[in-house]
Design a protein around this ligand. Structure first.
Ligand code: FAD
Length: 503
């Protein structure tokens, strides 16, 4: 059988998606010629500074230790996301969506039990934060690496400077044989078969390869512009289509190890702590507020009204391409699509898209059925994440603007999300529903419970009755003690960051 791996790959785009893709492909297929072409005139989007735990797996796969890249990218650890002001229900004004840890298995059952009891009207503690170690670590600003005597792993992601990370991955990749070209593509040459034959630059060069990876950002030069792959917008589910970003100085007591997401009148603001600054951005819907209004609201939120700090405005194209792998082109990053950055999943999808593509190429069966199975799998993954994010808006019940009232009224739910919500509100077994749909690979049942429980989507307080001892089943004081004692095994985030610079 002929070797299915392409002999040559040309990656169009030198943003984070382009350099991540090139590095993975070169690492997995060392004999393949891999090149990156990027346009210095166009540049990169230069936002996107929070990750999921998948980024750690990426660096591990390249054999890179944290001390090799984190200080160079002003990176910090991320234990999860704190949501503030998304729910107006008393006692649920904030909650933490944690990345999992191995000790969660001792407490998750108690949390799920409390959620289902409270849904049925028992006054059980249905807020997630007290049940999970990462929430406690983030509150105490403790880093994710335990002392040697605590043999349990904590999952975590990172925050990083996206320009520095792109440059780091470029240097790492070119030192390992990835070729790097600068130039702007003026034309995508198609063969009679409809495949991409070459990319022609504005200065007259013609670059050809067996496989093209379109990482050209929202421009989607190959996949959408040249091959005409259909773009399926998510505008009916997710209203946000713009952002305004602005840095603030680093916290005096050192960076937090969590992203903070605060709901405002027409969207929400992220705060991403790096070692040298905080990255802030207001993600909003241009249907409900102008760019100037958004900037004014962000400045007021940050205490920067009247300050000379520059704001940067961005448009977001939210949706996905119909087929990620089309002919001899693979769309990765913003050219593949974008779900707004609420759960910082864009780079996560970059990694899943490329890793699974490599597996599909190396798999068995005829290539057309592998392509179809791959495209279906990736589309489901993207929509699974979209639904989880959509749920944040649908159940919010904030009532301070037309934007939030419309979000709460939005009936454009996917069948999958509709069923999860029906199961939650009708007292059904939500864990079973999530597994029956097979969506636990995108967000686990615990994540769904954190979201719905963290918002306090339960019967109102006066309708709850005290639970008997048998109904309570778990003693919350024992759980508090367990989580607190686990946390004693972790040193401060600041110390763990210092270890990286000075191992
Ligand atoms: C407000 C906001 C917040 C975000 N937050 C997060 C987050 O927290 N976490 C996360 O994972 N993601 C986040 N994202 C998404 C993240 O920014 C992107 O997924 C990531 O930066 C990768 O972008 P990219 O490489 O696909 O595109 P870009 O960075 O735009 O790169 C495109 C590349 O293509 C090149 N190019 C384009 N056209 C041509 C041409 N004709 N010829 C040659 N080269 C060309 C450009 O020069 C550039 O090198 C966020 C996005 C936004 C808008």
């Amino acid at each position: 059988m002929a070797d299915p791996r392409p002999a040559s790959i040309l990656v169009l785009g030198g943003g984070t998606a382009g350099w991540m893709s090139a590095n993975i492909l070169k690492q997995r297929w060392p004999d393949t010629q891999v090149a990156v072409l990027e346009s210095p005139e166009i540049g990169i989007i230069g936002v996107g500074e929070g990750s999921t735990p998948q980024l750690k797996a990426f660096f591990d796969s390249l054999g890179l230790a944290e001390r090799d890249w984190m200080p160079a990218c002003h990176a910090t650890y991320k234990l999860g996301i704190e949501f503030r002001g998304w729910s107006t229900r008393p006692g649920f004004e904030r909650y933490f969506h944690h990345f999992p840890s191995q000790v969660d298995e001792h407490t998750a059952a108690a949390f799920l039990h409390a959620c289902s009891g409270r849904r049925e009207g028992l006054a059980l503690h249905g807020h997630p934060d007290r049940y999970f170690l990462n929430a406690r670590l983030a509150t105490q600003r403790l880093g994710p690496h335990p002392n040697h005597n605590f043999p349990f792993l904590v999952s975590y992601g990172y925050h990083f400077d996206s320009y520095l990370l792109g440059g780091f991955l470029r240097d790492f990749g070119t030192a390992r044989g990835i070729e790097h070209y600068e130039g702007t593509v003026a034309e995508v040459e198609l063969a009679e078969s409809g495949e991409v034959a070459a990319l022609k630059t504005s200065d007259g060069r013609r670059l050809a390869a067996g496989l093209y990876v379109d990482c050209s950002g929202f421009r989607a030069v190959i996949h959408q512009q040249a091959l005409g792959v259909c773009f399926l917008p998510f505008a009916s589910n997710l209203y946000n289509d713009a952002a305004v970003v602005m840095p603030t100085p680093a916290d005096a007591e050192g960076p937090e190890c969590q992203t903070v997401s605060t709901a405002l009148r027409n969207g929400w603001v992220f705060r991403i702590p790096l070692t040298h600054r905080n990255g802030n951005g207001y993600v909003y819907s241009s249907r409900y507020c102008s760019a100037d209004e958004a900037e004014a609201e962000l400045r007021a939120h940050l205490g920067l009204t009247g300050s000379a700090v520059n704001a940067r405005h961005l448009k977001m194209r939210v949706g996905r391409v119909e087929h990620t792998w089309q002919r001899n082109s693979l769309a990765v990053g913003l050219s593949q699509g974008f779900i707004e950055p609420l759960e910082a999943t864009a780079l996560h999808l970059v990694l899943e898209t490329v890793w699974r593509f490599v597996d599909a190429i190396e798999g068995n069966g005829d290539i057309e059925s592998r392509r179809q199975a791959y495209n279906t799998d990736i589309a489901r993954r993207i929509e699974g994440i979209r639904d989880y994010i959509h749920c944040h808006y649908r159940v919010s019940q904030r009532d301070d603007s037309e934007y939030w009232r419309d979000c709460a009224r939005n009936e454009a739910l996917s069948p999958s999300l509709r069923r999860v919500l029906e199961a939650w509100f009708h007292g059904e077994n939500v864990v079973r529903e999530i597994h029956a749909q097979g969506i636990q690979h995108y967000y686990t049942p615990v994540s769904w419970h954190c979201l719905l429980g963290g918002y306090g989507t339960y019967p109102d307080e006066p309708q709850l009755r005290p639970a008997t001892a048998a109904e309570t089943r778990w003693d919350l004081r024992v759980i508090d003690d367990f989580v607190a004692r686990c946390a004693l095994n972790f040193r401060s985030h600041n110390e763990q960051l210092r270890d990286l610079a000075d191992p």
